[in-house]
Each structure stands twice: as C-alpha cells, then as structure tokens.
Design a protein around this ligand. Sequence first.
Ligand SMILES: C[S@@+](CC[C@H](N)C(=O)[O-])C[C@H]1O[C@@H](n2cnc3c(N)ncnc32)[C@H](O)[C@@H]1O
Length: 228
Amino acid sequence: MYANSRIPESAQSGLHEALESRVNKHAATDFRKPYAPYNVAAFEASLAGWDRRAPLLLDAGCGVGHSTIALARAFPDHYVIGVDQSEDRLSRKKPYPDALMPTNLVFCRADLVDYWRLLADAGIRLDRHYILYPNPWPKIGHLTRRWHAHPVFPCVPRLGGRLECRSNWPIYIAEFARAVELLTGVPAPWQPLEAPSPLTPFERKYRDSGQTLYQCVVELDQLEEQSS
Ligand SMILES: C[S@@+](CC[C@H](N)C(=O)[O-])C[C@H]1O[C@@H](n2cnc3c(N)ncnc32)[C@H](O)[C@@H]1O
C-alpha cells in the first residue's frame, strides 16, 4: 500500500554518542582508499560536457533522478550532475519525454565515496549540493554508514556552495548538522521542511504518509568569506 511509510525506528533518541569522536577522527585522518577505476571513468565522463564555467550542481544519491531533472529545470544556467550507485534506479523511465529533458544535466553511475573525493582532489567547487533522503541506517551499530559519520564526509563541506540534506528522520538531520558544524566551525541550522511540490519520490512518499520532513541547509561559501 502507498503512503504507509514509517519514520525510521531506532534505539537512538538523540545524537549518537560516538558521533563527535568519529567526525573528529575522520577530520584528522586522510582517507586513502584507492579509487575504483570505474568511478574514475564515470567521474571523467560526467564532466566531459561541462564548459568549466557553468556553476555546478550535484544531486548526490539521486536515485531515479526525478530531483536531478527538476533541479536542472529550476537552474538552467547550472551544469547538473545526478550521481547514484544503482544503474537500475538511474535507468528507470523518467517522467518527461526525451524531447523535454533538460540538456544541462548528466547522470552518472558511481560510488559517492570515490566521486566526492575525485571532485575535491580535482579542486572542483560546487555551487549547489543536494543529499536528498540518504539511507538513514538507524541501527546504533550502523553509525559509520550514515554519510556524516563516514570517513569520506570531511571532503563534502570542502566542496563549498550551498549544501542541503533532507531526511524524514530528525536524528539524521541533527547529526548531519552537528558534523558540518564540527568540520566547518560554524552553526548549521536545521528545521522542518514543507514540501508542497515534492522533489523526489521518497519525499513524496514520506509527505503522503503524513510525516514531518527535515532539512539542513548550509551556505559554505559565505562561511568561508566570513572566516577569511
Ligand atoms: C533512499 S534513496 C533516495 C534517493 C533519492 N535521493 C530520493 O530521495 O528519491 C538513497 C539513494 O542513495 C544511493 N546511494 C547509497 N549509497 C551510495 C553510494 N555509496 N554512492 C552512490 N549512491 C549511493 C542509493 O542507490 C539510493 O538511490
């Protein structure tokens, strides 16, 4: 049945007690996992159509890509990249005929653990960066599977721009915000989100199930300007 989705159940009632030590440890350690060649090839292919001048928008973990298309339509001057590790999701039929598909977007099948680092290593800056409804991994023992507690996360705020994460699990968003604060030194506000026009299928499903949605938005470039 549609619209019967549940908020993640967890034994956690607040921030994970190991969150801060994890984030601090990852911030102090180089994450040296070698790149998989298929991610390097996908990364290069995804940037082949970029003129190196258009502002970049990354839809990280774009799933079936509906948000990527909507964002490409909303920001026609941006070069928009939708990255997901699932070929199956990326190749699902889109809600637009080919003729109406925006031309300023590319889909890329890659693992974000490599893709984010490849962007950072190439010195590429994002203008807008979306992490929409990431898998919440609500079990206490799964902390490091949440993006903000993963070793790759320190390079995410380094990519700059306007970073936005959305979730139906407030603890995920509170942790995400705290991790960004720890890494950047500046408060990362988070709040409930109204979604009259859902951006993604997960957002639509959660909203139609009557759940409260949450978002954290950080303007990373402004933070850098203030601190310089
Ligand atoms: C819960 S879905 C949300 C999809 C979409 N953003 C939405 O809101 O409809 C999470 C997505 O993240 C993708 N994902 C998870 N881990 C990933 C990784 N390491 N690299 C790339 N994509 C990943 C999954 O394949 C999945 O499509």
